[in-house]
Design a protein around this ligand. Structure first.
Ligand SMILES: Cc1cc2nc3c(=O)[nH]c(=O)nc-3n(C[C@H](O)[C@H](O)[C@H](O)COP(=O)(O)OP(=O)(O)OC[C@H]3O[C@@H](n4cnc5c(N)ncnc54)[C@H](O)[C@@H]3O)c2cc1C
Length: 133
């Protein structure tokens, strides 16, 4: 017998949604997701303009991978045991997301890059220390 919140998904009333989504609202992940989008689009925009993008790419990679982990963690929590077993896609999403945290530069390395870039920018003495060339 699936837990009540899973069984209720297909036919639940609108009034039940806030309860189902409470873990999401309590951490207000939508704002984080939107912030991640903005960081990613900003880095992509600079990249399109062929500007140096190391700092902005690391901001986006670090923030989006951490938000993604929080999202799949909450999804797994909502599904309970059903989120953990392989019969449901949530565990796959969790593992996929974890690989984003270390693939193409781990969280720790992104932080190192950011600190180095900020120090480099500050040393350059430019108006905006984050836009070191
Ligand atoms: C499924 C999968 C797919 C992959 N696909 C690709 C791919 O397509 N292309 C690609 O290039 N690579 C790929 N990788 C490799 C991935 O990029 C590396 O696993 C990742 O860069 C981490 O390197 P590592 O495993 O050698 O860990 P290590 O470098 O040994 O790091 C281990 C831990 O120590 C931390 N650490 C290391 N150095 C420091 C430091 N100086 N300061 C603080 N912390 C540090 C790391 O953050 C990490 O948490 C893949 C890996 C996996 C598992």
């Amino acid at each position: 017998m699936p837990p009540q919140h899973v069984a209720c998904f297909p036919d639940c009333h609108t009034s039940a949604l806030p309860v189902i989504l409470f873990p999401f609202w309590s951490k207000f992940l939508p704002a984080d997701i939107q912030t991640g989008r903005i960081l990613a689009y900003w880095a992509a925009h600079l990249c399109d303009r062929q500007e140096r993008v190391r700092l902005e790419a690391s901001y986006a990679k670090l923030f989006c991978s951490q938000v993604g982990m929080r999202v799949v963690n909450q999804a797994m929590q909502i599904f309970g045991g059903y989120g953990f077993i392989t019969e449901f896609p949530v565990e796959r999403l969790y593992r996929d997301m974890k690989s984003i945290e270390f693939g193409a530069g781990t969280t720790q390395i992104q932080k190192l890059i950011i600190v180095r870039e900020l120090i480099k920018g500050a040393g350059a003495g430019e108006g905006n220390p984050q836009r070191a060339t």
